[in-house]
Design a protein around this ligand. Structure first.
Ligand code: UDP
Length: 472
């Protein structure tokens, strides 16, 4: 009888760092049913509904355990979202250590896989003599940069954003300092000091699985694999995405899908800033008026405004605010656009939306999951990055892969309504949009090939599975 190959996984804090590693786990056990995964989840406050519903969809060979939740009131007030994630994980480490140790006694663990926002856990893995890997849910470009950052830190004396030329690292599209990860925007900040040693830890992993594929990011993937480099072994295993949004039966979401059914093919722009991206009130108004003036159909996931581009709801349970009140209602926006647009105020069934044939473009904050979902459905982009590594993704998508257009931001950090109109028309009409669409079609093809039975990413997973199986 075949023996079970048992591995443990540890996501980072927050829905967006849970979903990717669960998807990876699902892919692993789907390809190799003799594997069993135990997932230990660190949480801040109570888990969101989205988190609870995704956990209900897990197959029987993946089980999960919540680590004791960290109380938001126990964290220093006014810290950034990244620091909250970091501190939550840190507070959870002693529990995780004990849980892994007892599990390993019960049923020998072949390997530990941790999210890129949980790399401190690698130390526990090493202590317990487990092969320890990182699942990197972002682009290979971001991975290459994360590994390179400690070196850049040693070589640079100013803020990266003040370096006049775009910075070049092997295999990557040159990126301007101001577009690097948001944690690297202020080198004197606490969050940068927290993260720099974590980037160094990446190199100590026994391997890094990256949610990308050769054909999408040949440059950075090949450069990281080059012989003689100090990089850990890099395994491109993507695109790994959800096949369906878990709360896709929400009434508002279903109404949106019914509305899309009535639209012409490729005629609707889908607008969403991910699970936690927020705009200022001024920006919401400019975007609303730009959408209206463009005269194109749109479907917009609207969130309450915030002065920070990532809202606290990103990490814990969501709150119920009537977001429609933030639209330019004095001028009757909803009434005037009722034939043209659909505003979604709930959790949108994004996968179902992106796979709908009426969708012709996606105005996105360039979160990597949204990016891969758009690639797999062949939808070209308007790249509107907000925080984290999203600006790097925007550069990759618009300048490297040429599947997106990036709107101009004015000196006050606002994309004005006229710019919104311009960029929507460039994407949804004429030759330029057509070119982007064709480039995206090619990527779509390559993406589906990578995950076929004999595709590059499937083979990579099978090679590592074989290695693990041989250890049992
Ligand atoms: N998502 C969704 N409905 C929403 C908002 C987001 O289904 O209303 C999903 C989206 O499909 C993606 C994930 O949430 O899988 C967002 O991840 P991404 O990496 O794009 O951005 P983040 O939320 O991490 O900023």
């Amino acid at each position: 009888m075949e023996k079970t190959v048992h591995i443990a996984v540890v996501p980072g804090v927050g829905y967006s760092h849970l979903v990717p590693i669960l998807q990876f786990s699902k892919r692993l056990v789907q390809l190799h049913p003799d594997f069993h995964v135990t997932c230990f989840i660190p949480t801040l406050g109570s888990p969101s509904n989205a988190t609870k519903s995704i956990l209900q969809t897990l197959p029987s060979n993946i089980n999960h355990t919540f680590l004791p939740p960290v109380n938001p009131n126990d964290l220093p007030q006014g810290t950034t979202m990244e620091s909250q994630m970091f501190l939550t994980l840190n507070n959870s480490l002693p529990y995780l250590h004990d849980a892994l140790k007892s599990l390993a006694i019960e049923s020998p663990l072949v390997a530990l896989v941790v999210d890129s926002f949980a790399v401190e856990v690698l130390n526990i893995g090493k202590e317990l003599n487990m092969l320890s890997y990182v699942y990197f849910p972002a682009a290979a470009t971001t991975l290459a940069w994360s590994i390179y950052l400690p070196k850049l830190d040693e070589e640079t004396s100013c803020e990266y954003r003040d370096i006049p030329e775009p910075i070049k690292i092997p295999g990557c599209v040159p990126i301007h300092g101001r577009d690097l990860l948001s944690v690297a925007q202020d080198r004197s900040s606490q969050v940068y000091k927290h993260f720099l040693p974590l980037f160094k830890l990446l190199s100590f992993a026994d391997g890094v699985f990256v949610n990308s594929f050769l054909e999408l990011e040949m440059g950075p993937i090949s450069a990281m694999k080059e012989e003689g480099s100090d990089n850990p072994p890099v395994y491109p295993v993507g695109p790994i995405i959800q096949t369906e949004t878990s709360s896709g039966d929400d009434a508002n979401g279903l109404e949106c899908l019914a509305w899309l059914d009535k639209q012409q093919p490729c005629s609707v722009l889908y607008v969403s800033f991910g699970s936690g991206g927020t705009l200022s009130h001024e920006q919401i108004v400019e975007l609303a008026l730009g959408l209206e003036l463009s005269n194109k159909k749109f479907s917009w996931v609207l969130r309450a405004p915030s002065s920070s581009s990532s809202s606290a709801g990103y990490l814990s349970a969501e709150n119920d605010i009537d977001t429609l009140q933030f639209l330019p209602s004095g001028s009757g926006f909803l009434e005037r656009t009722k034939e043209k647009g659909f505003v979604i105020t709930s959790w949108a069934p994004q996968i179902q939306i992106l796979s709908h044939n009426s969708i012709g473009g996606f105005l996105t904050h360039c979160g990597w999951n949204s990016t891969l979902e758009s690639v797999l459905h062949g939808v070209p982009l308007i790249t509107w990055p907000l925080f984290a590594e999203q600006k790097m993704n925007a550069v990759l998508l618009s300048e490297g892969l040429k599947v997106g257009l990036r709107p101009r931001v004015n000196e006050n950090g606002i994309v004005e309504r006229e710019e919104v109109v311009k960029v929507i028309k460039r994407l949804m009409e004429g030759e330029e949009g057509e070119k982007l669409r064709n480039n995206m079609k090619e990527l779509k093809e390559a993406a589906s090939n990578a995950i076929k039975e004999d595709g590059s990413s499937t083979k990579t997973i099978s090679q590592i599975a074989l290695k693990w199986r041989n250890l049992v």
